[in-house]
Ligand binder design. Sequence first.
Ligand SMILES: *[C@@H]1O[C@H](CO)[C@@H](O)[C@H](O)[C@H]1NC(C)=O
Ligand SMILES: *[C@@H]1O[C@H](CO)[C@@H](O)[C@H](O)[C@H]1NC(C)=O
Ligand SMILES: *[C@@H]1O[C@H](CO)[C@@H](O)[C@H](O)[C@H]1NC(C)=O
Ligand SMILES: *[C@@H]1O[C@H](CO)[C@@H](O)[C@H](O)[C@H]1NC(C)=O
Ligand SMILES: *[C@@H]1O[C@H](CO)[C@@H](O)[C@H](O)[C@H]1NC(C)=O
Ligand SMILES: *[C@@H]1O[C@H](CO)[C@@H](O)[C@H](O)[C@H]1NC(C)=O
Length: 176
Amino acid sequence: MSKSSSNTKFHDHILLLVFIISGLAVLTPILATDHIVGANRGWNPGQNYTLWANNHTFYVGDLISFRYQKNQYNVFEVNQTGYDNCTLDGAVGNWSSGKDFIPLNQAKRYYFICGNGQCYSGMKVSVLVHPLPSPPTAPVSAHNSSSDAAVLVVPQQGFRALVVSLAMLCLGFGWV
Ligand SMILES: *[C@@H]1O[C@H](CO)[C@@H](O)[C@H](O)[C@H]1NC(C)=O
Ligand SMILES: *[C@@H]1O[C@H](CO)[C@@H](O)[C@H](O)[C@H]1NC(C)=O
Ligand SMILES: *[C@@H]1O[C@H](CO)[C@@H](O)[C@H](O)[C@H]1NC(C)=O
Ligand SMILES: *[C@@H]1O[C@H](CO)[C@@H](O)[C@H](O)[C@H]1NC(C)=O
Ligand SMILES: *[C@@H]1O[C@H](CO)[C@@H](O)[C@H](O)[C@H]1NC(C)=O
Ligand SMILES: *[C@@H]1O[C@H](CO)[C@@H](O)[C@H](O)[C@H]1NC(C)=O
């Protein structure tokens, strides 16, 4: 009884390990970027954040971060009406730590404004978040008649040798 339960536990650990490793393999090439609003000028009045946003490409999973004097400014996520009119229309969140990291988890346009009147002085920014680009590896659908033809060009002898050695290998492992 205890033996089988420890076996199950062992299997769970192996499964977890495999899961973590494959997860890392998938995630490693995708590095999330932290886009610091206004770069070294931060989140302050008198900036044109449209220029800043046009200079960046945002992808799902990236962060946008706002740096400012705490208690002086803040950040509200609003909808387009709120952004256009400097109102809190459609507000879905607000931040005020002075160093706010906001995850951009959806492929959509986000709107952020300062909620204390400084929106009128330019403290508003809108960013379009793109879906993640497809991985650089060749898609499976790339397998088509022209690539199939290339396989058939393999010299007859070499091809047969390959088939034979594969067959031997399978027999050796008792797969057939
Ligand atoms: C910011 O720059 C954009 C692009 O040049 C321009 O269209 C916009 O009018 C500017 N905004 C302000 C408030 O100056
Ligand atoms: C755009 O990005 C480049 C490279 O990071 C930088 O040199 C340039 O000053 C930026 N321009 C604006 C308007 O932020
Ligand atoms: C700005 O607010 C006015 C009413 O205050 C509204 O009619 C208008 O639609 C708003 N602008 C946008 C782009 O929604
Ligand atoms: C923004 O939210 C307000 C309040 O919920 C709503 O009246 C308005 O239609 C919304 N605007 C947009 C562009 O979704
Ligand atoms: C700011 O966000 C908090 C929740 O994080 C919410 O309780 C509060 O009402 C928000 N403030 C405004 C002015 O929307
Ligand atoms: C097959 O590959 C050719 C180019 O090598 C490409 O033009 C064609 O669209 C591909 N067909 C399919 C079904 O992927």
